[in-house]
Design a protein around this ligand. Structure first.
Ligand SMILES: Cc1cc2nc3c(=O)[nH]c(=O)nc-3n(C[C@H](O)[C@H](O)[C@H](O)COP(=O)(O)OP(=O)(O)OC[C@H]3O[C@@H](n4cnc5c(N)ncnc54)[C@H](O)[C@@H]3O)c2cc1C
Length: 439
């Protein structure tokens, strides 16, 4: 059990905090907040955290902190890193549930605790401050990136129309991460916070279908697209279109609508989506396996989640590649990791002559996701060599005809499938760009 008081006392309050500077995509001010926590000034610490990252109550729970703050704490050399995320969770939750979204006055910095001088053009985090009253911004996608952007832009004076293909806000936080990992009260609260005059939410409105980018460009001063990465990658094997194949992303959207009790479920993949899908399936009474073509060390999932999945009763088979889906079974082929003699790189080889049939009622591919750039139809956006939109550092899109663009992209839609904290970080860059443009 982590004692937050002890953690705050143990923190060295480093002048050059690696946990923040190197370990945190949004550079959370750990020493400053730790110092306030020690003095019992929790509201001040909460304000700094929220102003910097409106999703801090979420990221402190779902971040892979071993990769971020915790993993970069200098006390790792002694094997005693600080559990900052736990302190952050306490402070952020307390602040979030009493937060009221209001406009900032033009001469008031966003982040009082950060010694910003009135009139400065930007905050220490690079965010512009000052009013853009009367300007209208359309945000497409009400996931973490869209929510963070709505908070910051509203505070700067802009009126926001927030569109989402789903009926409710939250993106992956609501329709992906299961409730046993993230209590939905941490998602519902944003619907309350953003329910203010000046912000309108249009649920069930999909860009590319119900609304078109060209219309948004015309009707709003700026447009931010934060539509996530929701297009699952295909296995590209025979039988993939059979009814027993359910994309893990689709399953996680509404697990209750699948009757899996007693069924043999095989999840394909080794990432976070695979872990959430198998842990959800096993909880619903399915006999659940994860089949992965490499080995445990190669899994992109947080190792802690893999261990938790095992503890939940999920069984794992590594070095297995699916070859064909049949009725009630899947054919797998064994694999092996080998070092390529020419490049020196580790490659996974699928071994001929090792086919074997595995009984399976439901196959859930969870191998990767990417953004659906089809939603940008009608606009001659500029693709890079990989077919992704060309943007500047703030995420402002380029158009092929060089016409001035008032469109930004943020979150997984531009980063690919990443993390909540990185989505918030890219939203911050986009908001910075939009505010400079609007002013
Ligand atoms: C199952 C799962 C588990 C994960 N676990 C973690 C974790 O533990 N920790 C972590 O940090 N990250 C995790 N991630 C990644 C993290 O959730 C994402 O990086 C983050 O949600 C990205 O935020 P976003 O706002 O860019 O996109 P999203 O959260 O995907 O939100 C995009 C929003 O855009 C909407 N949208 C899509 N297309 C359209 C359209 N055409 N028109 C209008 N709206 C549209 C969607 O409905 C959605 O609400 C996980 C991802 C998944 C899928």
């Amino acid at each position: 059990m982590i004692n937050n008081q002890d953690e705050a006392r143990r923190c060295l309050l480093c002048k050059k905090p690696f946990c923040s500077l190197k370990g945190c995509p949004v550079r959370t001010s750990v020493p400053e907040c730790m110092a306030l926590y020690r003095e019992g000034r929790l509201d001040e610490a909460g304000k700094i955290l929220f102003d910097n990252n409106p999703l801090s109550a979420v990221t402190s729970q779902v971040c892979d902190w071993k990769q971020f703050c915790f993993g970069h704490c200098v006390l790792n050399v002694k094997g005693e890193p600080i559990h900052w995320y736990s302190v952050e969770q306490e402070v952020s939750e307390r602040y979030l549930f009493q937060y009221k979204l209001e406009r900032d006055s033009t001469d008031k910095p966003w982040n009082d605790g950060m010694s910003l001088q009135a009139g400065d053009a930007s905050s220490p985090h690079g965010l512009s401050v000052g009013s853009v009253c009367g300007k209208r911004v359309a945000i497409v996608g009400a996931g973490p990136a869209g929510i963070a952007a709505a908070v910051w832009l509203y505070r700067s004076g802009a009126d926001i129309d927030l569109y989402d293909a789903n009926p409710r806000m939250g993106g992956v936080l609501r329709y992906g991460i299961p409730a046993f990992r993230l209590d939905k009260k941490f998602v519902d609260i944003y619907e309350k916070i953003l329910d203010v005059p000046g912000i309108r939410f249009f649920g069930g409105k999909a860009l590319g279908k119900d609304i078109l980018l060209n219309d948004l460009r015309r009707d709003y001063d700026a447009v931010l697209i934060a539509a996530g990465a929701e297009k699952p990658a295909l296995l590209r094997i025979p039988g993939e279109d059979k009814p027993g194949v359910v994309e893990a992303l689709h399953y996680l959207k509404d697990p209750g609508s699948y009757a899996l009790k007693g069924k043999r479920v095989i999840v394909i993949g080794g990432g976070n989506v695979a872990m959430d899908a198998c842990r959800t399936a096993v909880r619903s009474g399915a006999e659940t396996w994860v089949y992965y073509r490499k080995t445990f060390e190669n899994m992109p999932a947080n190792p802690m989640e893999v261990e938790e999945a095992k503890a939940d009763g999920v069984r794992f088979r590594v070095f297995q590649a699916p070859i064909e889906v049949g009725d009630g079974y899947v054919i797998f082929r064994d694999c092996r990791n080998e070092t390529d003699p020419e490049t020196g790189k580790l490659v996974t080889k699928i071994l001929d002559g090792t086919d074997h049939e595995v009984p399976c009622d439901v196959l859930m591919p969870a191998i990767s996701e990417k953004p659906d750039f089809g939603i940008l139809s009608g606009v001659l956006w500029q693709p890079n060599v990989w077919g992704w939109p060309v943007t500047d550092e703030s995420g402002r899109m380029g158009f092929q005809d060089d016409s001035p663009t008032n469109v930004w992209v943020a979150g997984d839609f531009t980063l690919g499938p990443k993390t909540v904290v990185e989505a918030v970080g890219s939203a911050r860059a986009a908001v910075d760009g939009i505010l400079s443009f609007l002013k």
